[in-house]
Design a protein around this ligand. Structure first.
Ligand SMILES: NC(=O)c1ccc[n+]([C@@H]2O[C@H](COP(=O)([O-])OP(=O)(O)OC[C@H]3O[C@@H](n4cnc5c(N)ncnc54)[C@H](O)[C@@H]3O)[C@@H](O)[C@H]2O)c1
Length: 231
């Protein structure tokens, strides 16, 4: 059976994405730094790898478990370290770039010999790739994912498709950690009038992974409740 790999699968979005890909018939390999991924995998009948994807050894562990028939890779692991750009420390900048961008690039490339014909790589970008105050590191990492994916989409077509999904705010531990008053103000700017759910995003990922998206590569889908068209 073909393998679908989801990174950051112990988190709010990754777990739901895994469920949708398992329902589409893939053999799931769930990856996270957090050992809780083992319980998530057990509940879904999936395999788990506990690994820090910022280390080459972590990437090797995933490649070793991936097998030779990789149909889907979802680069979903990510963090925020928000601060005003001029006050942002070198460590805050590097930590975000390391996992959100560099680790995704490393894993995508390391799996190159293992993708099946028609495989799909889906990068979790963000509406923040267009620029967010207090998130220079995060915005750069998410814009970088789009550029990387578009560059490889040309090179790897037609064997492997690469696309990105760019949510605005989704109700997960990442946004639950934000000050509630800040979150309320930001949600008020979303034309859809509500925060996104993990399902709002997981359905788009499942679509991009499916044969229905066979003619789509190098694209970004903004799953953001219309935030990109708001003033
Ligand atoms: N929640 C949102 O509002 C939102 C919006 C836009 C984009 N995104 C993106 O979606 C993705 C998933 O976010 P989420 O909301 O589910 O966040 P989350 O914090 O719930 O999950 C992120 C997961 O990534 C894992 N991770 C972090 N560093 C890692 C490392 N070095 N190695 C392996 N795993 C690591 C964490 O352990 C965690 O389980 C992220 O890339 C995030 O930037 C989220």
């Amino acid at each position: 059976m073909s393998t679908a790999i989801v990174t950051g699968a112990a988190g709010g979005l990754g777990g739901r994405i895994g469920e949708r890909l398992a329902a589409a018939g893939h053999d799931l390999l769930l990856v996270d730094l957090d050992p809780a991924v083992e319980e998530v995998a057990a509940a879904q009948g999936a395999r788990a790898v506990v690994a820090d994807l910022t280390s080459p050894a972590g990437v090797e562990a995933v490649v070793g478990a991936a097998g030779d028939d990789v149909a889907v890779l979802v680069n979903n692991a990510g963090i925020t370290r928000d601060a005003r750009a001029t006050k942002m420390t070198e460590a805050e900048f590097a930590a975000v770039i390391d996992i959100n961008l560099t680790a995704a690039i490393r894993l995508t490339l390391a799996l190159e010999p293992r993708y099946r014909e028609g495989a799909a790589v889906i990068n979790l970008s963000s509406r923040a790739s267009l620029g967010n105050f207090g998130q220079a590191n995060y915005s750069a990492s998410k814009a970088g994912l789009v550029g990387f994916g578009r560059a490889l989409a040309q090179r790897w077509a037609p064997r492997v498709r690469l696309n990105a999904v760019a949510p605005s705010l989704v109700d997960t531990p990442m946004t639950q950690a934000m000050p509630p008053d800040v979150l309320t103000k930001l949600v008020a700017r979303i034309p859809a009038g509500r925060i996104g759910t993990p399902d709002d995003v997981a359905g788009i990922v499942a679509f991009l992974a499916s044969p229905d998206a066979a003619y789509i590569t190098g694209q970004v889908i903004y799953a953001c409740g219309g935030r990109t068209v708001a003033p």
